[in-house]
Design a protein around this ligand. Structure first.
Ligand code: C2E
Ligand code: MG
Ligand code: MG
Length: 396
C-alpha cells in the first residue's frame, strides 16, 4: 500500500497514467467506447494496479484529485483521436466522494469544454456502492450530470445492495453488470435466471447494458442471449496504454463476428421460437378464463377459424366450436367443454380434459382433432384458467 503523499507525488511526476480498456458491441464485436483505468507506471516501467493505491486514496480527497486528473487524460486522448477522424466515448470513474462536491458540474463541463469536446463523449461512472448514501443527493447529482449532456453509467451493478427502485428512478444511461455475477461458463441455472432478469429489466428501462469481466466464449454467448449490448472484458481486450488504444481504434478490427446459434436465444426471441414449435404441433392455442367466461385465441394457418372471433365469450366459443364438429361428435363436444362442467371438473381435482372429434376445417374437409384443456392457476387471482391445445391427428 502507498501513502497519500506518495500518490500525489506520483501524479505530479506524471507517473499516474490512464489505461484504456475497449468496450465492444456484443453483436458486431466492433469497438464502441472505452473505460479509462488508472495505472501507476514506475520509472522502471513496472505497472502498479489501482488495487494497490485506490483504497488508500478513497480514504481522503486524494481520490477526487485522481479522478479529475484522469478526466484530463481522457480529454487529451480524445483530442488526439479527433485527428484520426473517429472518436469513441470514454468512461471515467468518479468516486462517491464527488457526490455533493461543490461546483462538480461546473468543473466537469468546464474541463470538457476546455478541450472543445462534446459532452456525450464522456461517460461518468459512479459505482453502485455509492447508492447506499443519501438517495436524494445521489439522484440530484446523477440528474445534474445527465442533464448537462454527459452519459451516466452505474458501475459494478449487482456487487452490492442497491435497490431496483433506485435504478428505476435514476436517469442513468448505462448499467454495467458486475463481473462477480458471471461464473466461468455461465452454466448455473440460477445464475442464468438472475442475469436474464437483470438484462431484461435494464433493457426495458432503455438502459444500455455492459457486461464487465467477460473472459470466455461461453460467457460472451450467454451475454448475447441476454440481449446484453456491450462487452468489456479480457476476452476482447485488456486495459492498454494510450498509444496502443489509439492504434487499436485506428485499425478498428471487429474481433469476433462469427454467427452464433445462441444469438437468437434472447428470452423474447427464444419464446417466439418456442411458440413457433408449439404452433407446429398445436395449430390452435386458446387461453380462457372460465370464471369470467372469456377467451383469447391464438390461431394458426390451416385450422378452423372461419367466422370465429379471436377473443370473446367462452360459452359462445363452445357453441361455435360445436357447430364446426361432425354431427356425431357435437353432443360429446358441447358436454365435455361446457363451461360449468369444466369448472366442476376442476373443483374435483381434474388436471386436464381431452376429447377426440372430427372437425370441419376452413377448407371444407373434416379432420380428426384432439382437443386438450389444461387447467392452470392464475398468478394474480383465484380465477380458473384453461389453456386449450388442439392437435391435428392423422386420419385413421
Ligand atoms: P471498475 O471501474 O469496475 O473497472 C473494471 C475493472 O475490471 C478493471 O480493473 C479492469 O481491468 C477489470 N477487468 C476488466 N475486464 C476484466 C476481465 O475480463 N477479467 C477480470 N478479472 N477483470 C477485468 P482495474 O483496472 O484493476 O480497476 C479496479 C478498480 O479500481 C476499478 O473497477 C475502479 O473501481 C477503480 N479505479 C480504477 N481507476 C480509477 C479511477 O480513475 N478513479 C476511481 N475512482 N476509481 C478507479
Ligand atoms: Mg468502472
Ligand atoms: Mg466495474
Amino acid at each position: 500500500m502507498y501513502t497519500v503523499e506518495e500518490i500525489f507525488e506520483a501524479m505530479e511526476k506524471g507517473e499516474l497514467q490512464a489505461y484504456y480498456q475497449p468496450q465492444y458491441d456484443a453483436m458486431t464485436c466492433g469497438i464502441t467506447s472505452a473505460e479509462a483505468l488508472v495505472r501507476w507506471v514506475k520509472p522502471d516501467g513496472k505497472v502498479i494496479s489501482p488495487a494497490m493505491f485506490i483504497p488508500e486514496a478513497e480514504k481522503s480527497d486524494a481520490i477526487t484529485a485522481i479522478d479529475w486528473y484522469m478526466l484530463e487524460c481522457a480529454c487529451r486522448m480524445l483530442k488526439k483521436q479527433e485527428e484520426d477522424g473517429r472518436q469513441f466515448p470514454v468512461a471515467v470513474n468518479f468516486s462517491r466522494r464527488h457526490i455533493g462536491e461543490e461546483g462538480f458540474i461546473e468543473r466537469l463541463s468546464k474541463t470538457v469544454d476546455g478541450y472543445g469536446l462534446d459532452h456525450s463523449l464522456i461517460e461518468v461512472e459512479i459505482t453502485e456502492s455509492a447508492m447506499v448514501d443519501d438517495m436524494d443527493s445521489i439522484l440530484e447529482w446523477i440528474s445534474d450530470v445527465h442533464n448537462a449532456g454527459f452519459i451516466v453509467a452505474i458501475d459494478d451493478f449487482g456487487s452490492g445492495l442497491s435497490s431496483l427502485q433506485f435504478v428505476k428512478e435514476m436517469p442513468a444511461d448505462i448499467l454495467k453488470i458486475d463481473k462477480s455475477l458471471l461464473s466461468e461458463n455461465c452454466e448455473n441455472e440460477k445464475e442464468r435466471i438472475v442475469l436474464e432478469s437483470i438484462f431484461y429489466f435494464a433493457n426495458r428501462l432503455n438502459m444500455t447494458t455492459i457486461a464487465e469481466g467477460v473472459e470466455t466464449k461461453e460467457q460472451l454467448s450467454f451475454m448475447r442471449t441476454c440481449d446484453c449490448k456491450k462487452i468489456q472484458g479480457y476476452y476482447f481486450a485488456r486495459p492498454m496504454n494510450e498509444s496502443d488504444y489509439l492504434q487499436l481504434c485506428r485499425e478498428y478490427i471487429c474481433v469476433d463476428n462469427t454467427a452464433d446459434i445462441l444469438e437468437i436465444q434472447a428470452p423474447t426471441s427464444a419464446l417466439n421460437l418456442l411458440m413457433k414449435v408449439v404452433f407446429r404441433r398445436y395449430p390452435l392455442v386458446i387461453f380462457s378464463n372460465l370464471t369470467r367466461n372469456s377467451f383469447y385465441m391464438m390461431t394458426y394457418k390451416e385450422f378452423t377459424s372461419t367466422g370465429c372471433p379471436s377473443t370473446g365469450v367462452f360459452d359462445e366459443l363452445i357453441e361455435h366450436g360445436t357447430l364446426s364438429m361432425h354431427p356425431d361428435d357435437r353432443e360429446a363436444f358441447s358436454t365435455t367443454f361446457n363451461r360449468l362442467n369444466l369448472l366442476s371438473a376442476h373443483e374435483n381435482g381434474v388436471k386436464e380434459v381431452r376429447l377426440i372429434t372430427k372437425q370441419l376445417g376452413d377448407d371444407g374437409v373434416y379432420r380428426r382433432v384432439e382437443t386438450t384443456d389444461y387447467f392452470v392457476k392464475s398468478p394474480s387471482s383465484e380465477d380458473v384458467l384453461v389453456i386449450t391445445l388442439c392437435d391435428n391427428l392423422p386420419e385413421d
